[in-house]
Write a protein that binds this ligand. Structure first.
Ligand SMILES: O=C(O)[C@H](O)[C@@H](O)[C@H](O)[C@H](O)COP(=O)(O)O
Length: 256
């Protein structure tokens, strides 16, 4: 079962998220001398920045061991305001203190923006290059997935009821009819998510209350976030604030 941790403030949430990430970073570096993470767009990059750029984080993040991939990305240029890469750059990467050893960041190949299938295939090839040499498995094993949860229960660009939820072969899939704009995107698939060592969801604000009630109230339901909880079980930790979790009934909930 997924862990559900609720915090009284965004600061407390960010501090706990930092501690969690630092522990996973050590685990990953011990395992294979690098930290391979996938990040979502939405509000996640800003909370991540709050955690990782805090005073508390000083000296704790081994940035040059990080390899950062995108859990999902929009088929737009990297400097477009809809780009998840652009968002992460603006919120976090551009704010790393001068002289910080740089992380490896793996964006989409924008030569293929007009063909989302090819865009997804190229991103999958990039994953093969970074993961296949060591992980002799059929799927990449991310050390940590850092995910958001949409108000409709979507995560990555896996939307409720969408056929992509049945994808069981590709690592990265295209979507051309995303209900949330922009419509053309690529996304990691559930089989890749399933192989991750750990996953985190961050959900804050009262706007997440209703969907969290559904996700935790019906653990057998088919919402994308519920499916992630289901495939990864106790490898998933939710970091939420009190407004998001109000009224959510769940027996492993802890208020911190
Ligand atoms: O590309 C995207 O559209 C985002 O990655 C998206 O999946 C996001 O993570 C959720 O919509 C949650 O967003 P918020 O955290 O802003 O609610």
């Amino acid at each position: 079962m997924a862990h559900l941790n609720a915090y009284a403030s965004k600061d407390a949430l960010a501090s706990a998220l930092l501690a969690f990430i630092v522990e996973r970073q050590s685990h990953a570096i011990n395992r294979h001398d690098r930290f391979q993470v996938a990040v979502s767009g939405g509000s996640l990059p800003s909370i991540l920045a709050q955690a990782l750029l805090s005073e508390e984080a000083e000296g704790q993040i081994v940035w040059d061991k990080w390899q950062i991939f995108f859990a999902d990305e929009r088929a737009v240029p990297l400097d477009d305001e809809d780009s998840n890469f652009g968002l992460l750059k603006k919120e976090l990467l551009d704010k790393l203190p001068e002289g910080t050893p740089q992380p490896t960041v793996v964006p989409i190949d924008t030569d293929y923006l007009d063909d989302t299938q090819e865009l997804a295939d190229q991103y999958e090839q990039a994953l093969v290059r970074y993961f296949a040499p060591r992980d002799s498995v059929l799927k990449p094993i991310f050390d940590l997935l850092l995910l958001g949860c949409g108000p409709d229960g979507h995560t990555c660009s896996l939307f409720p009821g969408h056929e992509l939820l049945r994808e069981n072969d590709a690592w990265v899939a295209p979507i051309e009819d995303s209900p949330k704009p922009p419509p053309k995107r690529i996304t990691l698939t559930l089989p890749v998510i399933k192989h991750a060592i750990k996953a985190v969801f961050v959900a804050t604000g009262a706007g997440k209350q209703e969907i969290l009630k559904q996700i935790f109230g019906d653990p057998e339901g088919g919402l994308p976030c519920t499916l992630v909880n289901h495939v990864l079980e106790d490898k998933v930790t939710w970091f939420v604030d009190y407004p998001a979790v109000e009224g959510v009934v769940y027996h492993k909930k802890s208020l911190l």
